[in-house]
Structures are given as structure tokens and as C-alpha cells.
Write a protein that binds this ligand. Structure first.
Ligand code: PEP
Ligand code: MN
Length: 355
């Protein structure tokens, strides 16, 4: 339920509404738009009509939200959410097309700094790299943990890129909050509800990847778990789903991008690396993602993919990534988007030798 306030409603009137909502055992969430200010009411509202909110001072109207995801829905917030980062010009969901690039895993310091230098020079403003890895096999490389997070923090320091890294469980969350700028929740954890709730209480924005067999509604409900705990900075990510196709690792479902944008105000990125699993498919699907209106891309890049500890087969070489960036600069104006014009910050110190 959405309690839409009159344009001249006072802070005291808004506070009174929120107190009434909480006193009834529901949660109140402010929804600030350019056109209107509203308070969303969440909780078990079944069988409840308007709770008499319409008679309270400052209230303009009560809107029932028909979708099961409430805070995520465009019904509660018609304008697009633009995720911003403290002390940075980088945005996700605005006019600028967001680029998150980097290796699948943080393998060691020199590998990470090597890739970081190249993707920064090509124009990436967000850097990815897993310090905690969700692997199909328990015997495969599981990530460097906190040591990996420290390397990522060094990347931010040297190159000015923001850090996106995955939390595979709630225990890792606090360390990630100390070092990173954005928490990734991976496909396998899309319905890990305790992890989603913990991410909802984090001060960092969350990148939520679609599960391997999740419907759009399930993805949006997972985002609702995060938002219902108070975190409004959620970015969705299509990363391919399992189908009968055997020509690629997953099937990148580009049709979900306009579908999600119709139902939700949250930004949605595309990850053609996991979406295809094969290097030669990544650039075509990345360009297609831009053309269908994705808000940005997540791309895996490695300087020596044949020796990568994870996902080498789908990682672009740095020069392929640079070519993709120049192709994006040509395509994006057609869909009224731009890449960050900011030149990448030059390395302050020479980057360590390749490993
Ligand atoms: C990743 O980004 O490296 C990753 C593990 O992604 P996903 O959760 O989409 O498989
Ligand atoms: Mn990967």
C-alpha cells in the first residue's frame, strides 16, 4: 500500500503517518520521487483496506500496489532509481552506461593490478573480482578471502575505480563492507534469504544476479527482500539462465531487460561473460545488451585467461575489452546513453610485474 502525501504535507504530518503504520505492526518506507512523496506500507496487509490513512492530515490518496514485490515495483516509484556512490561521480541507472570489468577471481596481487590497470585505461569505472568464490566443486579455488579484499582496496586506491565483489555468505559481509563499494550477490545465492536480508541492512549498494533458473518475478522478489530491510540501492543483473541450448554455457536472456524495466524502477545490468561462457560471444552479446537498453555491463577480463583460476574461457583479453569499449561509444548514443567521459586515473606507482 502506498500513502501518497499532498505536495504541501509537513514533516510532522509525514512522521505521524509513519508512526501510525509502525504502531499497526507494519513497516513504513519513504519513497521520494521528483513528482511526489509517498510512504510505502509493507507487511501482511491481506484483508486490510486502507487503515483509515486517507483521513489523516497531509494525505492525498492511498494506492494499492497490485504486484507481490512492493518497494521494487514501478507502481510505488514511477521514476528510475539512480544508484550513487559516496565521494564518486559514478552512477548506475542514470544517463551514463555503467561498466564493471575485471577478472572472475582475485588470484594474486600482480594479476589483479595488471588487469585493473588495463580496464581502467579502457574506461571502466567499476572493478570486479571475487575474493570469495562460489564454485561448483569444493576442490576448486575458493578465493583469497580478506587478502583478496585488500588487493581490491589497493586497486581503488591506485586507479580510482569502485570495487564490486561477491559475498557468498553472511559471515563475509562485514569484511566486504570494510573494503568494497558494492556487494555482489551471485546467481546461486539469489534465493539465500538470510544473505538477502543481511545485504538489505548494509550501507553498500547491492548487485543482485538472477538465479540460474529464476523467473523475473522471483528475481524481483529477491530484490524486495533486500529493499524491505531498508537498502534502496539495488541493481539487478541478467547473467544467463539454463536452457536446452548446448552452444553456450547459459542463455543470456536479453528480453528480460525491457521486461524488468517495465515492472521495476531498479537498474538492470547484463553479464554476457557468464551469459555465454565463451569469449567470442561476449562482445556481440555485450553490444546487443547496450542496444536493448541495459543500464550497463559486467565483463570478465583477464591478461592471461589460459591460466586463470576461474572462468578463463569467457574472459576477454584486455585489448578485446578496449575494442568493446570503443564500439560501445559508437552504439550508445543511439539509445541516448553515454560512457563515462572521465579519463581513467593514471597509476600512481608502477604496477607490479606479471605473475
Ligand atoms: C561471478 O560473477 O564471477 C559469478 C560467480 O557470477 P554468477 O553468480 O552469475 O555465476
Ligand atoms: Mn566468473
Amino acid at each position: 500500500m502506498l500513502v501518497v502525501m499532498q505536495s504541501h504535507a509537513t514533516p510532522d504530518e509525514i512522521r505521524a503517518i509513519c508512526e501510525r503504520i509502525e504502531a499497526l505492526g507494519f513497516r513504513a518506507h519513504s519513497v521520494e520521487g521528483t513528482e511526489r512523496y509517498a510512504v510505502a506500507v509493507t507487511g501482511d496487509l491481506s484483508g486490510i483496506e486502507t487503515c483509515g490513512f486517507e483521513d489523516l492530515p497531509g494525505v492525498q490518496e492511498i494506492i494499492r500496489i497490485s504486484k507481490p514485490y512492493k518497494l521494487v515495483s514501478r507502481e510505488s516509484k514511477p521514476e528510475n532509481t539512480v544508484v550513487r556512490f559516496p565521494n564518486s561521480n559514478v552512477t548506475i541507472g542514470g544517463q551514463e552506461f555503467a561498466i564493471i570489468a575485471g577478472p572472475c577471481s582475485v588470484e594474486n596481487r600482480s594479476q589483479t593490478l595488471n588487469v585493473a590497470e588495463k580496464v581502467a585505461a579502457a574506461g571502466a569505472t567499476l572493478f570486479r573480482g571475487g575474493a570469495y568464490k562460489p564454485r561448483t566443486s569444493p576442490y576448486a579455488f575458493q578465493g583469497m578471502g580478506v587478502e583478496g579484499l585488500k588487493i581490491l582496496a589497493e586497486v581503488r586506491e591506485r586507479f580510482g575505480m569502485l570495487i564490486v565483489t561477491e559475498a557468498v555468505d553472511t559471515e563475509a559481509m562485514e569484511a566486504i563492507e570494510d573494503y568494497a563499494d558494492m556487494i555482489q550477490i551471485g546467481a546461486r545465492n539469489m534465493q539465500n534469504f538470510s544473505l538477502l536480508k543481511r545485504a538489505g541492512r548494509s550501507p553498500l549498494p547491492v548487485l543482485l544476479k538472477r538465479g540460474l533458473s529464476a523467473t523475473l518475478e522471483e528475481l524481483l522478489m529477491a530484490a524486495e527482500y533486500i529493499m524491505s530491510e531498508g537498502n534502496r540501492n539495488v541493481v539487478l543483473c541478467e547473467r544467463g539462465v539454463r536452457t536446452f541450448s548446448d552452444h553456450s554455457r547459459n542463455t543470456l536472456d536479453l528480453s528480460v531487460i525491457p521486461a524488468a524495466q517495465k515492472l521495476s524502477h531498479l537498474p538492470i545490468l547484463s553479464d554476457p561473460s557468464h551469459g555465454t561462457g565463451k569469449r567470442d560471444r561476449v562482445t556481440p552479446l555485450a553490444l546487443a545488451s547496450a542496444a536493448v537498453g541495459a543500464d550497463g555491463l559486467m565483463i570478465e577480463v583477464h591478461h592471461d585467461p589460459d591460466h586463470a583460476l576461474s572462468d578463463g574461457a569467457q574472459s576477454l583479453y584486455p585489448d578485446q575489452f578496449a575494442t568493446l569499449m570503443s564500439q560501445l561509444r559508437e552504439i550508445l548514443p543511439v539509445v541516448h546513453r553515454t560512457l563515462s567521459p572521465e579519463p581513467a586515473r593514471a597509476a600512481t606507482k608502477p604496477v607490479a610485474e606479471r605473475s
